[in-house]
Design a protein around this ligand. Structure first.
Ligand code: ADP
Length: 513
C-alpha cells in the first residue's frame, strides 16, 4: 500500500495586493499531505518527468506554489500508446469491476476532500468553501458513473426476417483524450473520466496549464483506487507546449475520441484537428447566459438566484449568468435589492481566507477583460451602481451596471468575471429576441410566476440548460450540454456515458424458422 502518512507539504504564501485593504494582505499556507502534491506526469502507471518543468502560480499573489513537469509531444505519445495497450484488457473487464473501482475512487475523493479543496483554492483562486463544494460535485460524477456503468444495455430489436435476429450492442469507443479547463480543475475531469472509464474506455488527460495539481492529485487517488496501469494517464504541460501536446491528443490515430471543455475558439481548433481521423468529439464550450426577470417574478428569489449564478467562482463558470434582462415593472426594485445583497454577501480576498466569497480571477488578463467591459459600458452610457474597479493584479470588484444596452461589449461577449450588467425591457418578445440573439446557447435562467409564460419561455430559449426560478442547476443526474456553438453532446445524466459508446448492429442470421 502507498504511504499516506508522509508529513504534510507546507508552502507559506503571503497575499500581498498592492492597493488592497490591509485585511486582504495576510499569509496563508498550503498544507497538503505529500502523496497528493504530485508534480510528475502519470504515464502507464508510472510517475515520470519530462526534461523541463513549469511554475504553478497562486492567482491571488502571483507566487509560485509548485513546479510541474512540462510534457511535450513525446510524453503525450507515450501516454496515448499506454492507453491504447491498456484498452485491450480494460474493455474486457466486467461492468461490475469497473463500477467497483470507480466507487473506490469516489470514496478516496470524499476522504481527501480537504486536501483536494486546498489544491483547487491555491491554484485557481476559488474560495475554500466553494472548492469543497467542487470536490463533492466532482466526486459525485464518479459515484454516478460507478452506478451507470452497470446499466449500459443493448437492444434486441424485432426482426423483419424470420431467420434473423437483430441485436444492438454497446461497445466502448476506445482511447479518449480529455482536455480540461482551469475553472473546475477537479470536476471537469471526473465528469468526463468517470463516464469514459465506466463505458470501458481508457483516457489521457491534459489539464489546464494553470491547474495541473488537482489533476495530478486525482491521478494519485486513481492509482490508490487500483486502476490498472495505462487506464488513466495525465500529461500536464505549460501554455507554450499545449499546442504540440494538443496536436498529438487530437490527431494521433490511436486516439478514438476527444472530449473538451473550454472556450469556443479552442474547441473549434481541436475539432478541426480531430476531423482528419474522424474522431468522436464531445465539446462543452462557452456560454452567454441570459438571466431574465419578468414582472411576475418573486424578486427575493430572483435576487438570490442572480447572486448564486453570477458570483459563484467570481463569475468564472460557463453557465454563469452573463446578461441580465429585467422587465420595466420590477427594474428599480430589482436593482435596489441586488445592490443590498451584493453589499451584504460579497467579500473579496484570498480564497483560503474563510471570510472570502470572491477570490481572484485566474490571471491579470481575466481581470483586464472585465475592466475593459466596464469601461466600454460606461463610455456608452451605463452607470456603475457598485464596484467597477480592479484591485491588485487579478482581483475585480463585484460590479453592478445599470442602463445597459445591447450595443455594449458585455452584452456581446462572455465576461467570465463578476460583472452584473442589467438591461431594462418591456415585453416577453423583446426579452426573448435579445436572449436568443447569440451564436452560443449553454445556460439560460428566468424568473416568473406565470405558468403559461414559464412554459413558453422555457421552450423558446435557445439554450441547452434552463433554470426556471432557479440559479444553480448542475448535478450529475441531469444532462449538461449546449446548443448552437456552445458544444456537441452532453455530460452527466443517463446520456453522459453514451458519449463514450458505439452502437454495433449484429445480425444473427441463418436461423431456420
Ligand atoms: P482559456 O483561454 O481560458 O485558457 P482554453 O479554451 O484555451 O481557455 O483552455 C481550455 C483548455 O484547452 C486548457 O487545458 C488549455 O490548455 C487547452 N488548450 C488551449 N489551446 C489548445 C490547443 N491548441 N491544443 C490542445 N489544448 C489546448
Amino acid at each position: 500500500m502507498r504511504s499516506v502518512c508522509l508529513p504534510p507539504t507546507r508552502r507559506l504564501l503571503r497575499c500581498l495586493l498592492p492597493g488592497a485593504p490591509a485585511a486582504m494582505n495576510r499569509s496563508f499556507s498550503l498544507d497538503v499531505s505529500a502523496p497528493l502534491l504530485r508534480t510528475q506526469a502519470l504515464v502507464d502507471g508510472c510517475w515520470v518527468s519530462a526534461a523541463a518543468a513549469f511554475p504553478v502560480l497562486d492567482p491571488a499573489t502571483g507566487e509560485e506554489i509548485a513546479r510541474v513537469t512540462d510534457c511535450g509531444p513525446a510524453e503525450a505519445k507515450q501516454a496515448v500508446e499506454a492507453a491504447h495497450r491498456a484498452f485491450g484488457s480494460w474493455k474486457q473487464t466486467t461492468a461490475k469491476e469497473r463500477s467497483q473501482l470507480l466507487r473506490k475512487w469516489f470514496d478516496l475523493l470524499t476522504q481527501h476532500t480537504e486536501d483536494l479543496a486546498k489544491l483547487i483554492t491555491f491554484e485557481s483562486g476559488k474560495p475554500l468553501r466553494e472548492a469543497r463544494g467542487e470536490v463533492s460535485y466532482g466526486a459525485s460524477f464518479l459515484e454516478w458513473f460507478s452506478e451507470e456503468a452497470r446499466r449500459v444495455y443493448g437492444d434486441i430489436v424485432p426482426s423483419p426476417a424470420r431467420d434473423r435476429k437483430i441485436l444492438l450492442l454497446k461497445q466502448p469507443v476506445g482511447v479518449a483524450s480529455i482536455i480540461t479547463p482551469w475553472n473546475f480543475p477537479n470536476a471537469m475531469i471526473t465528469r468526463k473520466v468517470g463516464a469514459a472509464l465506466a463505458a470501458g474506455c481508457t483516457v489521457v488527460v491534459k489539464p489546464a496549464e494553470d491547474t495541473p495539481l488537482s489533476a495530478l492529485a486525482l491521478a494519485e487517488l486513481a492509482q490508490q483506487a487500483g486502476f490498472p496501469a495505462g487506464v488513466v494517464n495525465v500529461v500536464p504541460c505549460s501554455r507554450e507546449r499545449t499546442p504540440s501536446v494538443g496536436a498529438v491528443l487530437c490527431t494521433d490515430p490511436l486516439v478514438d475520441k476527444i472530449s473538451f471543455t473550454g472556450s469556443t475558439a479552442t474547441g473549434k481548433l481541436l475539432l478541426k484537428m480531430a476531423a482528419d481521423t474522424v474522431k468522436r468529439a464531445s465539446m462543452e464550450l462557452g456560454g452567454h447566459a441570459p438571466f431574465i426577470v419578468f414582472d411576475s417574478a418573486d424578486l427575493d428569489k430572483a435576487v438570490g438566484g442572480a447572486m448564486a449564478s453570477k458570483f459563484r467562482n467570481s463569475g468564472q463558470t460557463c453557465v454563469c449568468s452573463n446578461r441580465f434582462l429585467v422587465q420595466r415593472g420590477v427594474y428599480d426594485r430589482f436593482m435596489e435589492k441586488m445592490g443590498v445583497a451584493m453589499e451584504a454577501e460579497l467579500r473579496l480576498g484570498h480564497g483560503a481566507d474563510p471570510d472570502t466569497t470572491q477570490g481572484p480571477l485566474i490571471n491579470a488578463r481575466a481581470a483586464e477583460k472585465v475592466a475593459t467591459q466596464v469601461a466600454d459600458a460606461v463610455s456608452r452610457g451605463a452607470s456603475v451602481l457598485r464596484g467597477g474597479k480592479r484591485v491588485g493584479v487579478s482581483f475585480m470588484e463585484p460590479t453592478l451596471l445599470a442602463g445597459v444596452t445591447t450595443e455594449m461589449l458585455c452584452m456581446k461577449e462572455e465576461t467570465f468575471g463578476p460583472l452584473l450588467p442589467v438591461l431594462r425591457f418591456d415585453t416577453e418578445e423583446e426579452a426573448l429576441a435579445i436572449a436568443n440573439a447569440s451564436s452560443v446557447g449553454l445556460a439560460g435562467y428566468f424568473y416568473s410566476q406565470d405558468l403559461s409564460q414559464v412554459w413558453r419561455v422555457a421552450e423558446a430559449l435557445q439554450v441547452g440548460l434552463v433554470g426556471v426560478n432557479e440559479g444553480l442547476l448542475s448535478t450529475p443526474e441531469a444532462a449538461f450540454g449546449g446548443v448552437k456553438q456552445s458544444g456537441l453532446g452532453c455530460e452527466g445524466s443517463k446520456y453522459g456515458i453514451r458519449e463514450y459508446l458505439e452502437v454495433k448492429y449484429m445480425c444473427l442470421g441463418g436461423l431456420r424458422p
